[in-house]
Design a protein around this ligand. Structure first.
Ligand code: GLN
Length: 599
């Protein structure tokens, strides 16, 4: 196993994740199997309890792990399926060591950061790196380890020390390090001093950079590369410039052009003739071609498609990272440039009209001019009345609509209120006490613990047979009778009021909201579609998490295609060609999960 660590200096948030996943992608184009581990040096066990506005979206894995959004980057770039253990946090490592101590595994010893915690980190990495991450079931060749935060923080110190030891545990030819740094542009001049200081810090902790990836607004000047090489004690071929580009999809090619793979093949003694079978080699070449086409076609698209995202965490765009990526993937497939407008849902509410008329009118302006409307997931009451107004607009004005998780729940509330005449219809989450609950708390969910207790992970949805004749979403999924998507929720559509909703049609038309997809026991409303509308789909799951650049998520593809006026063609193509991205091993039925979880 070869390990490539990606660490960061100077400041965080300069695209370490993109550089790490692009490196992985390049290794894949050589025909190698690549996995990845993200280290988050915070005390939380996982990202599940963190506010999206603080740390970006919570990404959900097939196994129900609630993890850092960087794992989403890896899954998308490397086309792999990761597990919760691929995300290491300080909380998880401490928990493991403390549990061992309580069991008596260290009996007689004083348990310390070094060596006990640092050993636990190294053991964890070695164990997880070996796990297969795709349907081949084969062990990966290379593991990319991204260390969150910046080197030198108190938080990351035990991990830095563990990695220092790890280079000797696995051997020099199996361990390399990329340090991502920042070269600020001051008065037009590219400044190297922060990077020099960052590399000094790194060396002081016993780690030497094999490659310095220098982020800069503009392409690195030749002289700057040489200066960095001299002051940071590396060869000029070990300094890579990563300047700002239109789209992150260009980064792999940018790294490749500067000889990154040439360097790693030598440095890690990657004997490709031995490691890579002819079939894997040609798969790698094919991937490279398809990636290149993707980036080129992105540059050559001029038609635009206007989508509006009605959310409640729009102050930080990372809160909807996967949703945006899924929309991008869909737009690329439709050969349209995505023009995405963000609307904070509470700005659509009448209260805002008096408090802040400018915001209110702007929000409605965006909504009215959109060719497609998406309402993603969320928690809590704030802004949900604005979402309900947006759903009504989409439904009545025949604007293509996609509701995800909370988006499904508000769509059901809107229909119940405005079509079924249930004036006080609401969700038990949003109105307490709730006189007409059309969305209720799921009976099995804990009422005392919030961490890791939602209905999580990959679960099947079975389409009813009646949907075959008319459902667009079903066809977008290749006309499959069963689909699998990742879930993350505590509330569900009330099974008691669902029949009334389904049997009430929109006055003056034949439109009806149908719950066409349910869980395997047939009791949970997981996919709703408005029959008779150009495109109105709502899902309890989060399909955005499994969208891939070269295999866009079907509901997103449907939204963008409908907004671009090309839904029929896309549906026809999907029926013929759609292949789901989930490996077989992840597809565990709910009954099997329950049996596994039972004591
Ligand atoms: N808050 C809703 C629930 O818990 C929706 C969750 C979500 O959108 N992820 O069911």
């Amino acid at each position: 196993m070869k390990y490539i660590v990606v660490s960061g200096g100077v400041i965080s948030g300069i695209g370490k994740g993109v550089i790490a996943s692009s490196t992985g992608l390049l290794l894949k184009t050589l025909g190698l199997r690549v996995t990845s581990i993200k280290i988050d040096p915070y005390m939380n066990i996982d990202a599940g309890t963190m506010a999206p506005t603080e740390h970006g979206e919570v990404f959900v894995l097939d196994d129900g792990g609630e993890v850092d959004l960087d794992l989403g980057n890896y899954e998308r770039y490397l086309d792999v399926t990761l597990a919760r253990d691929n995300n290491i946090t300080t909380g998880k490592i401490y928990r493991e060591v403390i549990e061992k101590e309580r069991r008596g595994d260290y009996l007689g010893k004083t348990v310390q950061i070094v060596p006990h915690l640092t050993n636990a980190i190294q053991d964890w990495i070695e164990r997880v790196a070996l796990q297969p991450v795709d349907d081949t079931g084969e062990t990966p060749d290379v593991c990319i380890i991204e260390l969150g935060g910046t080197v030198g923080d108190i938080e990351s110190a035990p991990f830095v020390e563990a990695l220092r030891q790890f280079q000797f545990r696995v051997g020099h030819e199996n361990f390399a390090l990329i340090h991502v740094s920042l070269v600020p542009l001051i008065g037009g001049e590219q400044k190297t001093k922060p990077t020099q200081a960052a590399i000094r810090d790194l060396r002081g902790l016993g780690l030497a950079p094999d490659m310095i990836a220098a982020r800069c607004a503009t392409p690195l000047e030749h002289a700057v590369i040489h200066k960095l090489s001299m002051f940071c004690h590396v060869g000029p071929d070990q300094v890579l410039g990563v300047h700002d580009v239109n789209s992150t999809y260009h980064v792999p090619l940018l790294l490749e052009q500067q000889g990154m793979m040439r360097f790693f093949r030598r440095r890690l003694q990657l004997d490709l003739d031995k490691l890579v079978s002819p079939a894997s080699k040609s798969r790698g070449l094919h991937l490279r071609e398809r990636w290149r086409d993707l980036t080129l076609s992105q540059e050559r698209t001029f038609d635009t498609v206007n989508i509006v995202l009605i959310g409640k965490y729009t102050s930080l765009q990372d809160s909807y990272m996967s949703v945006v990526k899924a929309l991008e993937h869909a737009s690329l497939r439709c050969r349209h440039k995505l023009v995405l407008k963000w609307v904070e849902s509470s700005d659509l509410e009448s209260r805002t009209e008096t408090e802040d008329p400018v915001k209110y009118h702007e929000a409605w302006q965006h909504l009215c001019s959109a060719k497609g409307i998406i309402i993603p997931g969320g928690f809590g009451k704030r802004g949900t009345e604005g979402m309900i107004l947006a759903v009504r607009w989409a439904r009545e004005k025949n604007v293509p609509f996609l509701g995800i998780c909370l988006g499904l729940q508000v769509a059901v509330i809107e229909y119940a209120r405005n079509v079924c005449g249930m004036r006080e219809a609401n969700s038990a989450e949003l109105d307490e006490p709730c006189p007409e609950p059309v969305v209720v708390y799921m009976p099995e969910i804990s009422r005392t613990h919030l961490g890791g207790t939602m209905r999580l992970g990959l679960r099947p949805t079975i389409f009813n047979s009646a949907s075959t004749s008319w459902s667009k979403i079903r066809k977008l999924y290749g006309d499959a009778p069963v689909i699998w998507e990742r879930h993350r929720h505590r509330y569900e559509v009330n099974p008691e009021t669902a029949p009334l909703i389904e049997s009430t049609s929109v006055p003056g038309s034949s439109e009806t909201l149908q719950f066409i997809g349910k869980n395997e026991k047939g009791e949970r409303m997981q996919v709703a579609e408005l029959k008779g509308h150009p495109y109105f789909v709502a899902m309890q799951a989060h399909p955005e998490f499994t969208s891939r650049p070269l295999n866009p998520s079907p509901p997103f593809l449907g939204l963008v295609a409908a907004a671009a006026g090309m839904l029929d063609d896309v549906v026809e193509q999907q029926v013929k060609e759609y292949k789901p991205p989930h490996p077989h091993a992840s597809m565990i039925l709910e009954s099997e999960r329950e049996a596994q979880a039972a004591p």
